[in-house]
Design a protein around this ligand. Structure first.
Ligand SMILES: [Ca+2]
Ligand SMILES: [Ca+2]
Ligand SMILES: [Ca+2]
Length: 249
């Protein structure tokens, strides 16, 4: 009878609560002497404040990480450009310096060429040879016939002298006071067909024959000699004369 009264009273209370709107949270039955209301009170601040705060903090951490990663990536991309600028500047400096050196060398080369043109280098001739312009001359100390004189010159890598100008004639005349000298001119192949020993064209070259020479006296005069006063005469080739050799320096 007591149990029925208790159940009835409990049902009555439950129905009464439903009739009050049913929106209010139903209190949990008591367990271990504690009700549900104090548990909800503990988690409520966590849900209301701490959890949103943690969400915001986490969002900030993620955002900061993303920003840092982008910054690093951007710096890596910019790094080659930053390194390139000094390198490019150094290359430009080197090119400028090399250009100046080339200009300086060209100017020096031009200056040296000009000096060489004004003062050509001195030609070195062997001992006992004398220099005139760009050639060397050997004046014999003994006499020989024309053929042996030419052979002597050939043995010294030279030829009997070929007179190409009045200046050369004057130079030779200065060193031939002791007597007549063979020069490299003859008509032994064909009478009257005078030929220089080195192939120089006789017709167009200067000539310094003495008056009435060459006269081919007795029809045996086929070799030219330089007389002491600088003019030429045709004489027999087997006569012994001094001779003059000439070769390029
Ligand atoms: Ca000559
Ligand atoms: Ca002759
Ligand atoms: Ca003659």
């Amino acid at each position: 009878m007591e149990l029925n009264e208790y159940q009835n009273s409990d049902e009555l209370r439950h129905d009464q609560q439903k009739s009050d709107g049913g929106e209010q949270e139903v209190s949990k039955p008591e367990r271990d002497g504690k009700s549900a209301a104090p548990v909800r009170g503990i988690w409520s601040p966590f849900i209301s404040f701490i959890l949103p705060g943690l969400s915001i903090l986490l969002s900030l951490v993620v955002l900061s990480t993303v920003v840092i990663l982008f910054s690093q990536h951007f710096r890596e991309v910019k790094m080659p450009d930053a390194n390139f600028k000094p390198h490019h500047s150094q290359l430009k400096s080197n090119v400028t310096r090399l250009s100046e050196e080339v200009r300086s060398l060209l100017a020096e080369h031009k200056s040296q060429m000009s000096k060489q043109k004004e003062n050509p280098p001195q030609v070195q001739c062997p001992d006992q040879w004398r220099r005139f312009q760009q050639n060397c001359y050997y004046f014999s100390l003994v006499t020989k016939n024309y053929t042996d004189a030419q052979r002597s010159c050939t043995s010294m890598h030279a030829n009997l002298v070929v007179i190409n100008s009045a200046e050369e004639k004057v130079f030779l005349q200065h060193w031939t006071h002791k007597g007549s000298h063979w020069i490299g001119l003859s008509d032994s192949i064909s009478e009257g067909d005078w030929r220089w020993v080195d192939g120089t064209d006789y017709a167009s070259s200067v000539k310094f024959w003495s008056p009435n020479e060459p006269n081919n006296r007795y029809n045996v005069e086929d070799c030219a000699e330089l007389l002491v006063y600088g003019e030429w005469n045709d004489a027999p080739c087997n006569f012994h004369r001094y001779w003059i050799c000439e070769k390029s320096a």
